[in-house]
Design a protein. Structure first.
Length: 100
């Protein structure tokens, strides 16, 4: 049974924003979140866990992007979360330096 057209996104720009936010934005959030954890906790354990939980988080963020009303708003939210995680990575490297 096909979807009811009144529930589908009519604007091509909104559709583009949702698709790119789901794929790229979700990936950026997933990776920066796990890297922020890796800076503060045991790096090897976090990166091994990231192989599984990173994919699951990415899929959840994809679903959230398609459920949102505005693709641009979800892009803003994902970029904000990515910047916060990047700030945590920077602070972690500054105050908790680890030798390789």
């Amino acid at each position: 049974m096909p979807a009811n057209p009144k529930y589908l996104t009519q604007s091509k720009w909104q559709r583009f924003a949702k698709i790119t936010a789901a794929i790229l934005g979700g990936y950026f959030v997933s990776v920066t979140f796990h890297l922020a954890l890796a800076v503060w906790f045991n790096r090897a354990n976090i990166l091994m866990t990231m192989a599984f939980s990173g994919f699951i988080l990415w899929v959840v963020l994809m679903v959230i992007a398609f459920l949102a009303k505005s693709g641009w708003k979800i892009w803003g939210i994902y970029l904000f979360i990515t910047l916060i995680c990047s700030l945590i990575i920077y602070l972690g490297k500054t105050y908790n330096p680890m030798d390789l």
